[in-house]
Design a binder for this molecule. Structure first.
Ligand code: HEM
Ligand code: NAG
Ligand code: NAG
Ligand code: NAG
Length: 472
């Protein structure tokens, strides 16, 4: 008896010595990235906001990178944050989703996207739903099924353009209509336009400073979310009834219904949250990229001229058939350069927030468990060491490089954007019809700003003129 007690005592003692040794060893190695954390609570938030409200926010990052290196510590939006402007570290962070890091959204955003959103899912459920989303938006599906509607809806919208338009507004309308068609097979009508108005209120809530009880914008967003989900609930219920009668549709909602055949079934609440989050993720991103592509092209006439040539060539070849097909999309090499360069330079999602799930080593530093991390895609895309003349719009650079290690506009790892191909196709089709039908000039000077989101200050007003060149 005594020996056993003694033995266990010795084991306990030696275990705790080992623990103590390990602990001091890790203490010694534990060096968090250097940086400055500014004022108490506010940190460097105001400096960041001030920088990103201008056309040239880069000095905020440049000055810290030159002082501390590409991985540094700052303090923004109420929390100490490790900021990575380093491509390799970013890839490591994104690829280790669920192992060393996990996505982290403030509760104000979680309330707006809904708790069953893909953005908030974790682990095996996330893997399954991410791959379901991918298999609804992969290139086979786009080629066989989605492209026809993308092409038709873009043309339908462009048919209506005359005189002065706000390109940003028009691009949003197009993107929303495309998404509703793809998710629910609903064609543009008064109902979709009303839903979009509500939707814009929800989106505004994402970017206001979220003090729920005080912010009017946020309260309005929450109320609008309620109306949006009610409207979608009705659609889902109707579709369930139709489905029981044997009506088959080929869209995301059908994929969600079908996937519940095997083991789990999705409730209407889950389905609605899921749809809302897809609408959120695709709406501002794609429409802003469309707008900025046109702005960059307008400001770079030689690129616009070359793009025009490429698309007129396609028009000539197709003769009377207006609708674009997959082969047409695949024969737009310069367009793909323009798309990549727009994504690189505009960085609609400037980076992603993560939280460290354990102590993690990055470069020579240790990021301690629970730390907030911001993997900045923008800082890498605009880093002078990563791209030559990194801050200039130069689509031709993509004809030379095949090195994509520094290019991650859609993120990476298990949370890589499932809409990346869809966004590319929508952009290319949009550019094709715009360029072959219209010429345009900016109606006013307009500037890019980056806070709270990347956009142009005046929604990019342009004056369009129908081209009467008939290409045979
Ligand atoms: C130019 C357009 C787009 C850009 C630049 C973009 C960018 C991104 C990025 C960087 C992420 C990663 C977020 C993270 O790692 O936390 C992401 C995620 C996501 N994107 Fe996109 N996106 C675009 C268009 C779309 C479209 C059209 C859809 C619609 C299907 C979409 C759906 C999603 C979803 C659902 C996620 C969350 C994935 C997850 O958390 O597993 N995106 N997007
Ligand atoms: C796309 O998803 C479908 C299922 O929806 C699948 O049959 C097809 O093989 C996938 N294609 C690619 C290129 O992954
Ligand atoms: C085009 O304009 C007409 C009249 O203003 C409007 O009724 C119709 O809904 C518009 N179509 C599209 C696709 O925006
Ligand atoms: C554009 O970027 C994608 C990666 O997002 C890459 O696969 C593609 O090859 C690039 N296209 C060109 C023309 O560089």
């Amino acid at each position: 008896m005594i020996t056993i007690t003694l033995l266990s005592l010795i084991i306990t003692l030696s275990l705790s010595t080992i623990t103590l040794l390990l602990f001091t060893a890790s203490r010694r190695k534990l060096r968090s990235p250097p940086g400055s954390i500014g004022l108490p609570f506010i940190g460097e938030t105001f400096q960041l906001i001030a920088a990103y409200k201008t056309e040239n926010p880069e000095p905020f990052i440049d000055s810290r990178v030159s002082k501390y290196g590409t991985v540094f510590t700052t303090h923004v939006f109420g929390e100490r944050t490790v900021f990575s402007a380093d491509a390799e570290s970013n890839r490591f962070i994104l690829q280790n989703e669920g192992r060393f890091f996990e996505a982290s959204y403030p509760s104000s955003i979680a309330n707006l996207v809904g708790k069953h959103s893909l953005l908030l899912m974790r682990g095996s459920l996330h893997r399954r739903m991410h791959s379901l989303t991918m298999s609804f938006a992969n290139s086979t599906i786009i080629k066989d099924h989605l492209l026809v509607d993308i092409d038709r809806l873009v043309r339908l919208n462009l048919d209506n353009w005359t005189g002065r338009i706000f390109l940003m507004e028009e691009a949003k309308k197009i993107t929303f209509e495309l998404t509703l068609k793809q998710l629910l097979s609903i064609d543009p009508c008064e109902w979709t336009e009303n839903l979009r108005k509500e939707y814009m209120l929800v989106i505004e809530g994402f970017f206001c400073i979220p003090i729920p009880f005080f912010s009017l914008t946020y309260r309005r967003a929450i109320q609008a979310r309620k109306r949006v989900t009610e409207a979608l609930h009705l659609v889902v219920r109707e579709r369930r009834v139709e489905r029981e009668k044997g009506v088959k549709k080929n869209d995301m909602l059908a994929a969600l219904f079908d996937s519940d055949c095997d083991d789990v079934t999705f409730s209407d609440d889950e389905i609605v949250d899921f749809l809302v989050s897809l609408l959120v993720a695709g709406y501002d991103t794609t429409s802003t990229t469309m707008t900025l592509a046109v702005k960059f092209l307008t400001d770079t006439p030689s690129a616009l001229a070359q793009l025009k040539e490429e698309h007129e060539e396609i028009r000539k070849r197709k003769g009377a058939s207006v609708a674009l097909e997959w082969d047409d999309y695949k024969s737009m090499p310069f367009t793909q350069c323009v798309v990549n360069e727009t994504l690189r330079l505009s960085n609609i999602i400037s980076g992603v927030f993560r939280r460290a799930m354990s102590d993690v080593k990055i470069k020579d530093y240790t990021i301690s468990k629970g730390s907030k991390v911001f993997a900045s895609l923008r800082a890498v895309h605009l880093g002078q060491d990563n791209f030559e003349d990194a801050r200039v719009f130069n689509p031709w650079r993509w004809q030379k490089t095949s090195d994509l290690t520094n290019f991650m506009p859609f993120g990476g790892g298990p949370r890589r954007c499932p809409g990346y191909e869809l966004a590319r196709v929508a952009l290319s089709v949009f550019l094709h019809h715009l360029i072959t039908r219209f010429s345009w000039i900016p109606a006013e000077e307009d500037k890019l700003v980056f806070f709270p989101t990347t956009r142009t200050q005046k929604r990019y007003p342009i004056i369009v003129q129908r081209r009467n060149v008939v290409v045979e």
